[in-house]
Design a binder for this molecule. Structure first.
Ligand SMILES: O=C(O)CCC(=O)C(=O)O
Ligand SMILES: [Fe+2]
Length: 364
């Protein structure tokens, strides 16, 4: 049922959360391995004014794709979502180019840069790059890197017992979500750099929520445009506590418009996801469950508005959490050393308070 998410259904797991140091003596990115700070706690996030960088961008993107840069190749991954770029270094972009990139990410949902030096430019420059787009989010329960809680750690190896046990509970590992959508001003642009990529497998799929919305019939669009849904961080925090993790910021709930308008493109997108959306405000339980179930199935089944990205050494993906949902694909055997380790670091920027049609606004 729609109202019972992966988080709620999961059973207690009590395993060692730390990675096994002896396995990674030779690992080039050992300083980025996941750790859990057990002592820091943070107060609630405060409201802030957000200015989308895409609003001041040249719509033609003549700086990002300058005519005198013939080595840059740009291709669409799928017609309605995803762009792949080769021959441009994120670390070299000036502010005008970053503004155009923000707009491109909003328009295409996800932009994948290949052959990047990003992970080697140093922690401070990575942070500075991401902060250009918005304040950085610190995950309330996730693993991070030593001394830098802004880097959310994505790690799947033989020594991640927690994830490996979770995988065994389910028929498949697909879980579409928009990152921490329960926050009052949830994430916009998010950046994931993989440091270690398995030989094959471990792709990520993004679904266009703009296309998912536009496929709906007019009567359903009209119905959804007048409604808000509750997104909750409570199950995530409760499960984390139960499993012995430290919760560094108390969870919140938000009621966000189901149809959200992107401030830079003006496009409407569905803003609900199976990861965190619990119920539709004002509907009876069965009505809410039936409608959410329909929409969650629509998002997950819509391979004709999804982009599946195969990671390579040096790939960095940037997506807009306001107009996409995504899922990791955990299809490789972490216990086979030949298949390798999957490890990445994510920086997440916070954005606007969601705004819907007819002035509908988020509340909490
Ligand atoms: O590991 C992945 O492919 C994506 C994980 C994820 O959901 C995220 O980084 O937000
Ligand atoms: Fe995610």
């Amino acid at each position: 049922m729609a109202s019972s998410t992966t988080e709620i259904q999961s059973s207690p797991i009590n395993v060692n959360l730390a990675y096994d140091k002896t396995l990674h003596q030779e690992y080039k990115y050992i300083k980025y391995l996941p750790v859990y700070d057990e002592s820091t706690t943070f107060p609630p996030l405060q409201p802030f004014e957000f200015n989308d960088k895409g609003l001041v961008a040249d719509k033609e993107k003549q700086n990002l794709f300058a005519a005198d840069a013939p080595d840059v190749s740009v291709s669409k991954i799928a017609p309605v979502i995803g762009t792949e770029i080769r021959g441009l270094q994120l670390s070299q972009l000036n502010n005008q180019q970053k503004n155009e990139l923000a707009l491109l990410i909003a328009e295409r949902g996800v932009v994948v840069f290949r052959g990047q030096d990003f992970k080697d430019i140093g922690i401070d420059r990575q942070l500075e790059f991401a902060r250009y787009f918005g304040p950085l989010h610190i995950h309330p329960v996730g693993a991070h890197i030593q001394d830098h809680l802004e880097f959310h750690n994505i790690y799947l190896g033989p020594d991640n017992e927690y994830r490996n046990q979770r995988k065994l509970e389910r028929l498949n590992t697909i879980g579409f979500h928009s990152d921490v959508s329960y926050e009052h001003q949830p994430p916009g642009i998010t950046l994931l750099a993989l440091l270690s990529v398995p030989e094959t497998g471990g792709d990520t799929t993004w679904a266009s929520q703009t296309a998912a919305y536009s496929r709906l019939s007019t009567p359903i669009k009209t119905l959804l445009e007048g409604l808000k849904a509750e997104h909750s961080g409570f199950p995530q925090a409760e499960n984390a506590r139960r499993d012995g993790k430290h919760v560094r910021r108390e969870p919140v709930k938000s009621e966000h418009p189901i149809v959200r308008i992107h401030p830079a493109t003006g496009q409407k997108a569905l803003y609900i996801n199976p990861g965190f959306t619990k119920r539709i405000i004002g509907l009876k339980v069965e009505e809410s469950d039936a409608l959410l179930d329909l929409l969650f199935k629509h998002i997950a089944a819509g391979q004709d508005f999804q982009a599946r990205v195969k990671w390579e050494e040096g790939t960095v993906a940037l997506w807009d959490n306001r107009v996409t949902a995504h899922t990791a694909i955990n299809d490789y055997n972490v216990h086979n050393p030949q298949e390798g380790l999957r490890h990445g670091i994510r920086l997440t920027t916070l954005a606007d308070k969601p705004r819907g049609v007819y002035g509908l606004e988020s509340s909490w």
